[in-house]
Design a protein around this ligand. Structure first.
Ligand code: PGA
Length: 251
């Protein structure tokens, strides 16, 4: 066991209203109130952040957003800044999720800018990397992960990088019910940790949390978490229901 404290993160994507957010947290908070072995956070849509922060107050549940823009404020219609997220009570933000990369033109260069902005405003960035099915089948998994790391994270200073959480999410495993085998995930995590060591040193690599994401469910979380290099989960579908997410958190 490493001394990295796991993080169990619920990525709600575009699901739930403010009232549903409040109802979720009222049911979920007691189920994880005694949880100390990991950090717990939910990532609701922007319009629900105020409800989530209010409902999570006094609990051990952190709240994060699913994206941010890198400016502080300005004429950027439709965008929200790290400054605003922090002021709204967020402590985390997901950056570079594969759905953002696939549908909204996110690139490694914009991942870098968003990550820098998150750190500047005191948010913990959860930066997503992962290969597509054709990359895996073509034997390019490591090359893709290296490219995403080199473009999105390696240019950070060591001080900036210290707060980063990485989420390895093989794109072919997201929302498909196909989980990477624990061994496949472990290999990718080990490779990513090696990249962190190369760039930021062995001590930082030993401290960096690397989450696995992609069809994590109550019945597969334990075998994933048994892998030395897996430090938590980024959970989509199975984080939408309080009992299901609680049983993942308390695996
Ligand atoms: P999933 O999503 O758990 O529904 O596969 C994970 C994610 O996209 O973060």
């Amino acid at each position: 066991m490493s001394n990295r404290k796991p993080l169990m993160a619920g990525n709600w994507k575009m699901f739930k209203t403010p009232a549903e957010t409040q109802a979720f947290l009222e049911a979920f908070a007691p189920l994880v109130a005694a949880t100390t072995h990991c950090d717990v956070a939910v990532f609701p849509p922007l319009v629900n952040l105020a409800a989530a922060v209010a409902a999570a107050q006094g609990s051990n549940i952190g709240v994060g957003a699913q994206n941010l823009y890198w400016g502080k404020e300005g004429a950027f219609t439709g965008e929200v800044s790290g400054h605003m997220l922090q002021a709204a009570g967020c402590s985390y933000v997901i950056i570079g999720h594969s759905e953002r990369r696939q549908y909204f033109g996110e690139t490694d260069a914009t991942v870098l800018r968003r990550t820098q902005a998150a750190i500047e405003y005191g948010l913990i960035p959860v930066v997503c990397v992962g290969e597509k099915l054709e990359d895996r089948e073509g034997g390019r998994t490591d090359a893709v992960l290296a490219e995403q790391f080199d473009g999105g994270l390696a240019p950070l200073t060591a001080e900036q990088f210290a707060t980063v959480v990485i989420a390895y999410e093989p794109v072919w495993a997201i929302g498909t019910g196909k989980t990477a085998t624990p061994e496949m995930a472990a290999d990718a995590h080990k490779f990513i940790r090696g990249k962190v060591a190369e760039k930021f040193g062995a001590e930082q690599a030993a401290a960096t949390r690397i989450l696995y994401g992609g069809s994590v469910k109550p019945d597969n979380v334990k075998s994933l978490m048994a892998q030395e290099d897996i430090d938590g989960a980024l959970v989509g579908g199975a984080s939408l229901e309080p009992k299901s997410f609680a049983s993942i958190v308390n695996f």
